[in-house]
Design a protein around this ligand. Structure first.
Ligand code: ADP
Ligand code: MG
Length: 359
């Protein structure tokens, strides 16, 4: 079995690692030099729309998947005509566009915050006058780690419009949330889905700082799984799909966005669950069954951002996993993560606090 991956970042690296020594070969395509996955597998350096290499991938691979959701959906569509592609190009196209994504949420009865399509400055002025609360202007495309979004209360309307790129925008009402939760679900080719328990996510400046699992609430878990099921059915989805939610009033979930791939809020599953999200994704796309998820209570994941810790040894006591993606240090770049596990939630919180002081 050969699996092609578009994108050779840390997600591809961890997908490859999850299947090492198993009967799967990986071929990765990435436009950059020495992406993280090149530590384990040969990476072809090519643009995502280079037809020569897409043809090669299609010919060589039984199935192709992604590590990066912003690969052109036209490339996935091109591959689809020659081999299997999971998730399918249409799902990825929806998840790439905040407007399409939010329209789909609405269509599927998944609650979302008020939002407005913004194509020019007048649209923005009109929308701002309708949203009485605080709002966030976001680019519809290419947003990640809080990039390409501006909080409107901090800026003048014209300035925010320019900062966001002046086209293809969406204005969202700011949600006054209690916390942020994500649901990771792995859907097989037969349409069966295995869910991980809800994860609680803490962001700093729009970037995921740390996650804790499980967020124990049966009602919310049921609700989130139902939303996930409806969206997957609608998109005919295969693989891991992650939905990010805001929790309001302690009982209501508002969907923020979804990721058509493995997700940073699921990195704890490498050490914290019987099947990691990476293995689950690959199993789905190569048509293998997945048993129910069992997990350690409790798991935490802390991102290493901007700088790697100087003294790694200092981090190593008390932790269950230290992952270095081998990337160059850069402001606000995710360079690695640390997993922590404890049977007691308060102890886990203390461990997270301690590790955050060190890194
Ligand atoms: P990205 O693709 O960069 O992750 P998100 O839409 O998830 O973009 O925004 C990043 C973070 O910014 C969210 O996790 C949340 O903390 C905050 N945020 C985004 N949209 C809203 C909103 N409508 N209301 C409140 N907070 C928001
Ligand atoms: Mg997000």
């Amino acid at each position: 079995m050969k699996v092609g991956i578009l994108g050779g970042g840390q997600l591809a690296l961890m997908m490859v690692d999850s299947f090492i020594d198993k009967n799967v070969e990986f071929i990765v395509l990435d436009p950059s030099d020495k992406p993280p996955a090149s530590k384990r597998v040969k990476c072809i350096k090519a643009k995502y729309d280079d037809k020569e290499y897409l043809d090669f991938l299609a010919k060589e691979c039984d199935v192709v998947t992604i590590d990066f959701e912003n690969v052109p959906s036209s490339s996935l569509n091109y591959l689809e005509m020659q081999t299997k592609v999971y998730p399918n190009s249409k799902s990825v196209e929806i998840c790439q566009d905040r407007l399409k994504e939010k329209n789909l949420f609405r269509e599927c009865g998944v609650p979302v915050t008020d939002f407005y399509e913004i194509n020019d400055i007048n649209d923005l002025k009109n929308a701002v006058s309708e949203i009485t609360n605080k709002s966030i202007l976001k680019s519809r495309f290419m947003g990640y780690d809080g990039k390409n979004q501006v909080h409107l209360n901090d800026k003048k309307i014209e300035e925010a419009f320019t900062l966001c790129g002046s086209k293809d925008l969406i204005l969202e009402k700011k949600v006054d949330f209690i916390t942020e939760l994500s649901l990771i679900g792995a859907r097989t080719l037969d349409g069966d889905t295995v869910y991980y328990p809800l994860v609680e996510n803490n962001h700093n400046n729009g970037i995921l700082d740390y996650s804790i699992a499980p967020y124990e609430n049966e009602e919310l878990q049921k609700k989130a799984e139902e939303y996930h099921r409806v969206l997957c059915d609608k998109m005919n989805y295969v693989g891991i799909l992650v939905i990010e939610f805001f929790l309001i009033n302690n009982q209501e979930l508002i969907a923020n966005e979804m990721a058509p791939r493995v997700h940073n809020s699921g990195h704890w599953t490498i050490e914290g669950a019987n099947i990691s999200q990476f293995e689950a994704h690959i199993r789905c796309i190569i048509n293998e069954q997945i048993s129910d998820i069992e997990m350690n209570k409790y798991s935490g994941m802390v991102n290493i951002i901007s700088k790697m810790p100087k003294d790694r040894a200092e981090c190593l006591s008390d932790i269950s996993g230290f992952h270095d993606y081998g990337k160059l240090e850069r402001e606000n770049r995710k360079l690695g993560h640390i997993t922590l596990i404890d049977t007691n939630k308060n102890n886990l919180l203390k461990k997270i606090e301690n590790i955050k002081k060190i890194i």
